[in-house]
Design a protein around this ligand. Sequence first.
Ligand code: GLU
Length: 296
Amino acid sequence: MRLSTLTKVAAVVAAVVLTATACGGSSPESGDGPPVADAPTFEAGTTMARLAEAGALRVGTKFDQPGFGLQGLDGTPTGFDVEIAKIIAAGLGIAPDGITYTEAPSALREEVLETDRVDIVAATYTINDARKERISFAGPYYEAGQTLMIRSDYTAVTDKESLRASGARVCTVAGSTPEAQIAEFIDPSQLTTFDVYSKCADALRTNQVDVVTTDNVILTGFVADSEGAFKLTGESFTQEPYGIGITKGDVAFCEFINTTLQAAAADGSYAEAWESTAGEISGEPAPELPAAAACS
Ligand code: GLU
């Protein structure tokens, strides 16, 4: 009886393995990222054909944002943006070890694409018209919203409406959408900007500023790392649809990325990307992949 149960289990496992190998034209990777497409073919002359042929993808991302792009001791970043980049690479037949990462601080994201230092930017990158003057976006693949982070014992600010009257010192990153959007709620003298958010978090910890403002999911990563020192306050007050930055006008690459993201949503890789990174930090369930915007 016991033996026959084991035999049945073995048969089922064998069948599952066979099915996984036979379907989908992809081979499972060793636990790192989604299944990598097996020698996919693309129309000659496209970005996809060039990248697949090279077997390499250059990704611009953040290096200091826990849950989205945080550089590890080995130099390789981890986070949801990094996993999204792996999904795109996998669709091109490129394994994670074919990806190279370049730090792309908020103000430099367009520039690293324009100067051909990276092929894609996956870096908590809000899609907007000003940026579309210089680059194009695939996606969105996530929707965040701007909010506020304070020291846990700080009571002078509860939401954006109390920023000006309290005289709170506010920190954000130059070239970000939060920098532009917070201007409505503070006097210019209240604002300090850095190139990256970890510098704002350090300034908050050392009492040099009172509030850090940016996207809720970025701040959630800093709160989780703060051992109770920081908390979020107030509602999210903007919509920040995250896109994948690509060279301006590369419509075919944009459409390929959108199709790849939709396939990842369907096969569970998108949810897995979330659950192993930002979702693990926040405890929030994987979001639905937002509907793709038109490529242009
Ligand atoms: N999503 C916003 C932006 O793209 C803020 C986050 C960031 O600076 O990376 O500007």
